[in-house]
Design a binder for this molecule. Structure first.
Ligand SMILES: Nc1ncnc2c1ncn2[C@@H]1O[C@H](COP(=O)(O)OP(=O)(O)OP(=O)(O)O)[C@@H](O)[C@H]1O
Ligand SMILES: [Mg+2]
Length: 506
């Protein structure tokens, strides 16, 4: 029997200026279903959620909730109708406690009208327990990892009794373990009859958890399918409009003898005794579970955090890295995982963001060559398919994945000798992922060196010449490209090497 419809949208259109972002799209959500919203970066997924949750109003179209035509005028109205959302970008107050963030704007009061903190922390802890979170309501947000902060966003949503829960790329920074918990929570909510709209670029999740999927392309509705009755190739074809095959980018080895970066016995907060060499022409993958210390090591190499012990050598010379500027002088650049805060300037145009990292490149006879600036910025945008392809567009107004592309363009344009990327394709659609892999590969093939931290095993395997695996702050294994399998990486990522010896006995 077909389940009843809780939300139906028809003929929805939305423009920002001349940019028509949604063009006559439809969407139908049933009671007790998890419904995926799929499409490339900039396809209009987050915008549809913004309309459902009252952040933006559609220019035209109909919204019917539980059979009644409705106007969702603002956030409060959406919330009162039982529509809640978890944001793609974190929206937390960093200096406050977890509990305060979860109850922000909805604080319970005591009889005398004061904020009832006891109640806040007690109820927040109950929700966190439901999610199996490994932190407490009294922790300060800025002390927590991005993954943990994501859990707070989810807790905020769960605080309320809702009909529709909208999740916009919630797993992009979660560990496998945390993803597992989230999937279980979602499954429980589905059994309780709640409806979930789920945006993710990760295909495994789509097939694992969703009942149906609706696909958008360039702001248009392409179709709705039952996930159990389709496959990855068909979904990608609907999203992209053509077939894309899996590829490998590390078959031809251009790694050279010369060592670009050497780290010896580096120790600091969250990692101990890290030693490795990075060669020119090499893409060195860093695998491990989130929290294994990979980000911390690279932050120390780049001078964001201090290390307590150990040495760093660039081109054979020991260097003293106390701040990012020291690392940059040695030709090192880092694209951080929390790019919202560190990677880009939201209010600048795409063009400014891309060229500012290397202004001297554009100086001719002592003056800036504006024609060259425009041409170069546009070339990067073409290559990475930044949408809209407008170099004067404010980067902060781009979709999440498109902002990431601008950060990558900007860093590549700085032309570093050593490039460190922390989860470079998080939130980027499958089509552009391959474009970024090609760029990274080309960059290394020119004789420069790349370190890539990634939690996506297929990405590590298809791109790295060599992979170092970390577990609880230490290096537990190293694999070269011919040895790379998901099982081997996972074995080291779980801390052990004993299993391999037994493999032959089974
Ligand atoms: N506040 C805004 N002002 C102007 N343009 C916007 C705004 N929000 C979104 N857009 C534009 O709307 C289009 C669709 O963006 P949207 O965020 O919905 O994409 P998405 O499908 O969620 O992509 P992603 O997978 O990258 O998150 C993009 O071209 C984006 O630049
Ligand atoms: Mg989005």
């Amino acid at each position: 029997m077909e389940k009843e419809t809780v939300l139906r949208m028809k003929g929805i259109s939305k423009s920002f200026g001349t940019n028509k972002v949604l063009n006559d799209v439809q969407f139908e959500l049933r009671k007790g279903e998890i419904h995926a919203l799929l499409g490339e970066n900039g396809a209009g997924k987050s915008t549809l959620l913004n309309i459902i949750t009252g952040t933006f109003r559609a220019d035209s179209g109909e919204i019917i909730i539980e059979g009644r035509p409705t106007e969702i005028k603002n956030l409060t109205m959406a919330r009162d109708m039982g529509i809640v959302r978890v944001h793609q970008e974190l929206q937390l107050v960093q200096g406050m406690t977890v509990g305060q963030n979860i109850f922000l704007g909805r604080e319970p009061r005591t009889g005398t009208g004061l904020i009832n903190y006891e109640e806040i922390f007690k109820r927040a802890d109950e929700i966190l327990r439901k999610l199996d979170a490994d932190f407490s309501s009294k922790d300060i947000v800025s002390d927590l990892s991005i993954a943990q902060q994501q859990m707070i966003e989810i807790s905020k949503a769960l605080l309320q009794d809702f009909i529709v829960l909208a999740l916009d790329e919630p797993t992009s920074s979660l560990t496998n373990n945390e993803i597992e918990k989230l999937m279980q929570t979602m499954d429980n909510l589905r059994k309780e009859g709640k409806s979930i709209i789920y945006i993710s670029h990760r295909m495994e999740e789509i097939f694992r958890i969703t009942d149906r999927a609706t696909i958008f392309r360039d702001g248009r509705y392409i179709g709705t399918v039952e996930t159990a009755k389709t496959d990855k190739a068909e979904l990608i074809k609907m999203m992209v409009g053509r077939n894309i095959a899996d590829q490998r980018f590390n078959e031809v080895c251009n790694v050279r003898e010369k060592v670009a970066l050497e780290v010896k016995n580096l120790s600091g907060k969250g990692f101990q005794d890290i030693s490795f060499q990075l060669h020119k022409g090499e893409v060195l993958g860093f695998a491990g579970l989130v929290g294994a210390g990979r980000t911390e090591v690279m932050r120390a190499v780049f001078g964001i955090d201090r290390h307590s012990y150990g040495q760093i050598f660039v081109n054979g010379h020991e260097v003293s890295v106390k701040k990012p500027l020291d690392a940059q002088r040695e030709g090192i650049m880092l694209i951080p995982e929390d790019r919202k805060y560190q990677g880009m300037v939201g209010i600048l145009s795409n063009r400014a963001n891309i060229v500012l990292s290397n202004l001297k490149k554009y100086v001719k006879y002592g003056i800036l060559d504006h024609a060259y600036i425009k041409k170069d910025a546009r070339e990067y945008m073409d290559r990475l398919q930044v949408s809209p392809r407008d170099d004067e567009y404010e980067t902060g107004r781009l979709s999440g994945g498109n902002q990431q592309k601008v950060v990558i363009a900007r860093t590549m344009n700085a032309n570093p000798d050593i490039l460190i990327l922390d989860e470079p394709t998080r939130g980027i659609d499958i089509n552009v992922k391959f474009e970024i892999y090609k760029l990274i590969r080309q960059f290394a093939d020119e004789g420069r060196a790349v370190i890539m931290i990634s939690s996506e095993l297929p990405e590590v395997i298809s791109l790295s010449d060599r992979v170092i695996v970390m577990y609880e702050g230490r290096i537990t294994g190293e694999l070269n490209s011919s040895e790379l399998t998901e099982e081997r990486i996972m074995m080291y990522a779980m801390g052990g090497e004993n299993n391999e010896k037994n493999e032959h006995n089974i």
